[in-house]
Each structure stands twice: as C-alpha cells, then as structure tokens.
Design a protein around this ligand. Structure first.
Ligand code: HAM
Length: 432
C-alpha cells in the first residue's frame, strides 16, 4: 500500500524549492540590513515552555500542540512558534548580561495540529524576528518596518497593516472588567470557544472570527480609551515613528492576537486576496514573557511571517517574478556525440562547473538525438556538443536553446561566451 505524507504537510519539490531559496535570500538580507543576526533553534522543546510562554488558554496550547512523551519520559512538544524558544535560548545563554538590545531572527518549520485548509498547514514555515532588552517604542516601529520591507521587496503592494495597543498588566485588568460587563448579556450567544474563555481571556472574543461573536462585540468598549499613561505615550511614539518611515497603518481596536504574551503594541499584516487566512504575519511586544520564562525582567518585541502565505501572496500579486515555470536545474548540458568523446565532455563539464555555472551531462548512454531531447527537457539554456569534427577542429558547438541558434566556438572560450550572456542572480529583480 502506498504511504502518503501526513495530512497538513506538503513536499516542497524542486520547481518550488528554488523559489523558497529566493525568498530565504531576501529574508536574510532584510533582517541583516536592520542589524538582526540569525539563531537556529531546535524544533522541539520541553512542553512546559509553551504552556508557560504561549499561555495555557490559547488555542495553540489547548488544541494544537504536537506533544509526546519521549523515551526518557519527558513531555516534548514540536515548536508551534518561535518566540518562546528564542526567549528560552536568550535566558539559557545569559544574553541579558550582554549589551542590549539583542536582535535575533530565525526561520524554519513550525507545527500546529490545526484543521488543514488553503494557507493553513500542520507543518508550516515561519520567518521571525525578536528584539530583546529595550522598551524604546522606536524598536517597535523598526520591527514593523522589517515586516513591511519584506512584503514590499517581494513585490506585494496590496496589504494592510493593522495596529493596536493591548495595554499592560496595569491598565488591562480594568478594561477586561469593562469588557466582561459589556459582553455578559451576550454570553450565551457566543461560540463554544468564547464561552469557555469568557472569564479567562475575554479579549480574545474581540478577534474571534465566528459571526455570532462578531455581532456580540459590535460597539464594545475600546482598549485605547483605557490605556495607562505609559502605554498611551508608548503607542503615540510608535505611530509617530511609523509616520517618519512612511508606513501606513490602520488602527484596529479589535486586534488582540491569539497568543497570551502580548503587551502594548500588537500588529498584523493582512492581505485582501488571501481569503480566510488573510494574516501573513503578525507580532507585538511581550514585556513580561522573559520574566515569565525564568529570566530577569526584560522587554521584548517581534513578529513572525508565514512563508507559505508570503510566497502565495507574492505569486498572486507579482506573478512574473514568482512563477515556478522558468525553473531549470541547469544552464548548460554537455553532449558527447559518440562514446569516445565522453572524456572530453567530462573535461568540458568540469571547466563549466569550475566557473560556477550549473551544468550536467547524460548518464544513461543516450544517443545524440536522445541527449538533445533530454537537454531540452532539463530546460538548459545552452547545449555544448562534442563530436568527431569538433574534437579535430577544437571548435565545439554551442547551441542556444532559447534563440534556436548555434555557433562553433573554440573550446577554451565556451565558458566566457556563456558568461557574457547569462543573467547574474543579483540582477534578478523581485519587486515590480
Ligand atoms: P502567529 O500569528 O501565530 O504569531 O503566526 C505568525 C504567522 O505564521 C501567521 O500570520 C501565519 O502567516 C503563519 N501561520 C500560523 N499558523 C499557520 C498555519 N497553521 N499554517 C500556515 N501558516 C501559519 C506567532 O507565531 C508569534 N510567535 C509571532 C511573534 C513573534 N510575536 C512576537 N514575536
């Protein structure tokens, strides 16, 4: 019986993985432009980290974690997100003793046992940034600016940045109380999840997507009216720095995000054309999380972006740069017209590869005609042919498969000829 990949996972095959490499290059570049350094963290952690870090009233912890007991009887969880692991690592390696801020980024697979649908997977990939050790509102604006720069670099122009402040442990309790008062008459009308979290985490009702809950929260008291002075000033400064950077945002008082650790700034980047899974990235400040996870009181802020959603948005909005159909694993295919010229083909191949160009040859003992046909299938732009005449004259055939023309070129000039026509990867433009 055929064994298929587990539900909610997908194979990123070569025609697509090369696009992922392009996305990853952009992500490394943009993060580094802002002074962030990469961390590579394990894909599994102790379950307790997420229970404490992400919060035990969240959907992630209650229903979505891949948790198992390992052979040493430890409870282990495949990471559903990257913030709690980054915080764990920051504390474990005592980065709080170093000059701050600590600016980290990461990318890799995350795991959530969610109901798979378009744009939602059980294994998906995130790129995220985390800045620890400063509560300066300008870093909030900087982190948001990274998110915006990434989507713009990918050529995504239609997006909305939603912004809110979710307050802090000083001002949120009063708001929470007012919200509970306001929602009490509607309690029995709410969805099952929201009835359950009514007293534990009522703010989450605000961004519940269920139509019943959306109706109930209409006209709800707004958190920004309850912010303490410090949260209010912080929010004003974030907005004014975003204005300096020319970043447009929409204030969204219903934006509370699905993770418990947020304080003050919260944001999400939404795309009009991604349907139900409209958020491609989101984040916010989490000033209590490091302490909650056992470190010294240290503020932090970050975001994560879903790479499947990012790429799919780029393909919808900037299809020219992000379609896979132009993919070819090689640039040059070297053909030996007869078996006796295979050694010459190997020497040619090695010379081409030495110059950094992607090249290949036949390994199935194909005839000349079959090699030419196969070269066409690989999508190679050029074919070098070495036969009796070419070997004797020292002039090899260089066939341009795109222009359908061929020339005889001295063997030692083939590489230079190809290089002079090739588009260099750095000349590729992503944004339109
Ligand atoms: P999040 O909003 O849970 O935040 O996830 C961020 C992004 O990951 C989402 O906007 C979405 O693009 C992608 N994503 C989440 N779940 C799935 C899924 N099942 N399938 C496909 N994509 C998905 C966090 O994870 C926070 N750690 C962000 C953060 C960093 N906040 C502060 N620092």
């Amino acid at each position: 019986m055929e064994i298929l990949g587990p539900r909610g996972t997908r194979d990123i095959l070569p025609e697509e993985s090369y696009l992922w490499q392009k996305v990853e290059t952009i992500l490394h570049q943009v993060a580094q432009q802002y002074g962030f350094s990469e961390v590579r963290l394990p894909v599994f952690e102790h379950t307790e980290l997420f229970e404490r870090g992400v919060g035990d009233t969240t959907d992630i912890v209650q229903k979505e974690m891949y948790t198992f007991t390992d052979r040493g009887q430890r409870s282990i969880t495949l990471r559903p997100e990257g913030t709690a692991p980054s915080v764990r690592s920051f504390i474990e390696h005592k980065f709080y003793n170093k000059a701050q801020p600590t600016k980290w980024y990461y990318m890799g697979p995350m795991f959530r046992y969610d109901r798979p649908q378009a744009g939602r997977f059980r294994q998906f990939h995130q790129f995220g940034v985390e800045a620890f050790g400063t509560s300066d509102p300008d870093i909030d604006a900087e982190v948001i600016a990274i998110l915006v720069r990434i989507v713009k670099t990918m050529g995504i122009s239609q997006f909305q940045l939603h912004l809110n402040s979710v307050g802090c442990p000083d001002c949120r309790p009063l708001y929470r109380e007012r919200l509970i008062q306001y929602l009490t008459p509607f309690e029995s009308d709410l969805c099952a999840d929201c009835i359950q979290r009514f007293h534990k985490n009522p703010l989450r009702i605000l961004d519940c997507k269920s139509p019943k809950c959306q109706l109930a929260v209409k006209g709800h008291p707004v958190l920004s009216d309850y912010l303490c002075d410090r949260c209010g000033q912080h929010f004003e400064q974030v907005k004014s720095t975003l204005n300096l950077y020319g970043i447009d945002y929409e204030l969204d008082p219903q934006l509370v995000r699905g993770l418990d650790y947020y304080t003050k700034t919260a944001f999400e980047l939404l795309l009009p054309d991604l349907g139900a899974q409209a958020a491609i990235g989101g984040g916010g400040r989490y000033d209590g999380l490091i302490e909650e996870c056992g470190g010294p009181p240290t503020p932090g802020i970050g975001f994560a972006i879903g790479l499947e959603r990012l790429l799919s948005a780029a393909q919808k909005q900037n299809s020219k740069a992000w379609q896979a159909k132009s993919y070819s694993p090689i640039d040059v295919f070297v053909v030996a017209a007869e078996d006796e010229f295979i050694p010459d083909a190997c020497v040619m191949l090695e010379g081409i590869r030495n110059s950094g160009i992607k090249a290949d040859k036949d390994y199935l003992n194909r005839s000349l005609k079959a090699q030419m046909k196969f070269a066409g299938k690989t999508g190679a732009r050029w074919v070098v042919v070495i036969g009796e005449e070419e070997k004797t004259s020292g002039y090899y055939i260089l066939r341009d498969m795109k222009l359908h023309e061929q020339h005889q070129i001295p063997a030692d000039q083939i590489v230079d000829e190809i290089k002079s026509i090739m588009v260099k990867p750095e000349e590729e433009q992503y944004a339109e």
